[in-house]
Design a protein around this ligand. Structure first.
Ligand SMILES: [Zn+2]
Ligand SMILES: [Zn+2]
Length: 163
């Protein structure tokens, strides 16, 4: 148990240093709040709303405002560390660490957004065309709508209970 905690702390410190290094490298003024925001987004590696990020950072810096969270997010998007999803989570913008392109599935029951890694087939009809309506397409990101594994399981259980 002691060992596990020890390693978790080491891991956190490493991640923190990594966040600081990346901010410095990109010429962003390093503040503890900015580091905490970036570190959290990278660590959770999910699709977080600004409010969820604010709630977490507030636990470390009680006086941090929502405006600071927004301006930090803008900065992190500008330097390519964070990406804002075009898909909304319960009507709210959400953010994730910048990564290789992937698709997103929105669970229409619980509102969760899941990453879906699907390679574009070489004969993808969209990529294959050099121009679509005069536009050059560089990347395809699909939005899928359906049920996440948990909601699917619940639905099956409910159906089984009824029959
Ligand atoms: Zn769900
Ligand atoms: Zn994602």
């Amino acid at each position: 148990m002691i060992n596990k905690m020890y390693y978790e702390q080491i891991e956190e410190v490493t991640m923190m240093n990594e966040a600081v290094r990346r901010l410095k490298e990109k010429g962003v003024k390093v503040t503890p709040q900015r580091v905490a925001i970036l570190e959290y987004i990278v660590k959770v590696n999910d699709h977080l709303t600004a409010e969820e990020i604010h709630n977490y950072v507030k636990s470390k810096f009680p006086s941090i405002s929502m405006a600071t969270v927004y301006s930090t997010l803008q900065k992190l998007i500008e330097i390519g560390e964070v990406e804002e999803l075009s898909i909304k989570k319960r009507g709210e913008a959400c953010f994730e660490p910048k990564s290789e392109g992937h698709h997103h599935l929105l669970c229409t029951s619980c509102g969760k957004i899941l990453n879906i890694a699907l390679d574009c087939p070489p004969d993808c009809p969209i990529i294959k065309q050099s121009l679509i309506k005069g536009c050059k397409v560089n990347e395809v990101q699909a939005y899928l709508y359906g049920l996440c594994p948990e909601c699917l399981r619940k639905e099956k259980e409910e159906k089984a209970a009824k029959s």
